[in-house]
Ligand binder design. Structure first.
Ligand code: HEM
Length: 300
C-alpha cells in the first residue's frame, strides 16, 4: 500500500510476503533510514546507530555491536553485573513491600516487554504457576536464579515470545528508506521512499495465527517458530541487515527479570481483569497506556 504522509511518499507492508520482499529479497536497496522530525530535533540523533544511513560508519558500528551482543561468552562476562542489578531491584521490592508503580513506562523496549509479560502472567495465574514451577527446577543451593540456567526454559521462553507477538514494542519497526529505485513485487518504488513494515498487524493476522488475540504461549511450544527474522509473520526485532542486534541481550534481560519477579514474589493486582487497562500508546515504541501497578508479597 502506498500512502502520502504529508509530503513523504510511504509504502506500508502489512503481509509477511511483502515484508520478505523488502527485508530479504531487496534488503540492501531498502536499508536506508528516514529520520522522523521528532528525532531530528534531538542533538544526538546522528550519533544513534538506529538512525544513521547504511554507510561505512554504520557497518563498522554494527560489526562491533555484533561482536559484543551476539557472542554468548561475551554476554556471559557481564552476567554477574546484570544479576546484581536485578538482585538490587528484588531487595528494594522485599524491603518496601508497598504498592509500587514498578515498571515505570520508559522507551526501553526490554522493560516494556517485561511489563507486558507480567501483566499477562498476573491475569493468567495458571501460566504464572507454570513459569514458577519451571524456574524452580533451575534453582541452586544458594536459592538464586542464575541467568545462564534459565535461558533455555521452554515455557518461560514461550511466554516471552507470546508477549512479543501480542504486545510488540516497536510495532512498525524503525522506518526504512529505499536507497535506489527498486522493484518490489510488481511495483517500481522510487529512491528515497519511506518504508513502514507493519509487524504488529502480521503478528495478529488470523491467516497465520489461531485465536490471534488470545494470550496463549503454548502456541510456541514444540515448534521452531522464533523471532530471529526468518518467520515473517513474527518479526518483533525486524529482519535483514537493519534487524535489531540486541536480541541475545534482550532475551537474557527479559528472561531474568520475568523469572525473578515470578519466582520471588506473589503479586496482588488492585483491580479485576475487567478493570485492567490493556491499551497501549504509540510513539516509536508501543507502551502500556497505564503503567502496571501490582503489590509484591515476598515469599519466605
Ligand atoms: C525487547 C527488546 C527489543 C526489541 C523488541 C527491539 C526491537 C528493535 C527493532 C524492531 C529495531 C528496528 C529493526 C528494523 O528497522 O528493521 C531495532 C533496532 C535496533 N536495536 Fe533493538 N530491540 C530490543 C532490544 C535491544 C537491545 C537490548 C539493544 C542493545 C543493546 C538493541 C539495539 C538496537 C540497535 C542498535 C538497533 C538499530 C539497528 C540498525 O539500525 O542497524 N535493541 N530494535
Amino acid at each position: 500500500m502506498t500512502i502520502r504522509l504529508g509530503s513523504i511518499t510511504s509504502v506500508v507492508a502489512s503481509t509477511p510476503d511483502a515484508a520478505r520482499e523488502i527485508l530479504q529479497r531487496n534488503d540492501e536497496a531498502c536499508s536506508g533510514r528516514t529520520v522522523p522530525d521528532a528525532v531530528t530535533g534531538m542533538a544526538t540523533h546522528d550519533a544513534a546507530v538506529l538512525w544513521i544511513s547504511a554507510n561505512e560508519e554504520w557497518r563498522t558500528i554494527r560489526k562491533a555491536l555484533n561482536s559484543y551482543l551476539t557472542h554468548q561468552h561475551k554476554l556471559d562476562t557481564l552476567c554477574d553485573l546484570r544479576q546484581n542489578v536485578v538482585e538490587g531491584m528484588l531487595d528494594f521490592l522485599r524491603e518496601s513491600g508497598r504498592k509500587k508503580d514498578l515498571f515505570l513506562a520508559g522507551t526501553e523496549t526490554s522493560s516494556n516487554t517485561t511489563e507486558w509479560a507480567m501483566t499477562e502472567l498476573l491475569l493468567n495465574p495458571d501460566m504464572f504457576s507454570r513459569v514458577r514451577e519451571e524456574v524452580s527446577t533451575t534453582i541452586g543451593k544458594d536459592g538464586k536464579i542464575q541467568e545462564t540456567n534459565i535461558l533455555d526454559l521452554p515455557y518461560l521462553h514461550a511466554v516471552i515470545k507470546e508477549t512479543m507477538r501480542l504486545h510488540l514494542s516497536v510495532p512498525l519497526l524503525a522506518p526504512h528508506k529505499t536507497e535506489t529505485e527498486v522493484k518490489l513485487g510488481k511495483y517500481v518504488v522510487p529512491k528515497d521512499t519511506r518504508i513502514l513494515i507493519n509487524a504488529w498487524s502480521m503478528a495478529r493476522d488470523p491467516m497465520y495465527w489461531e485465536n490471534p488475540l488470545m494470550f496463549w504461549p503454548e502456541r510456541f511450544l514444540g515448534n521452531e517458530l522464533d523471532y530471529k527474522g526468518h518467520h515473517f509473520e513474527f518479526i518483533p526485532f525486524g529482519s535483514g541487515r537493519r534487524m535489531c542486534p540486541g536480541i541475545p541481550l534482550a532475551h537474557r534481560v527479559v528472561s531474568l527479570m520475568v523469572a525473578s519477579f515470578v519466582y520471588h514474589f506473589e503479586w496482588k493486582l488492585p483491580h479485576t481483569r475487567e478493570e485492567m487497562d490493556m491499551n497501549d500508546i504509540f510513539g516509536l515504541t508501543l507502551l502500556r497506556a497505564t503503567p502496571l501497578v501490582a503489590t509484591p508479597i515476598p515469599l519466605k
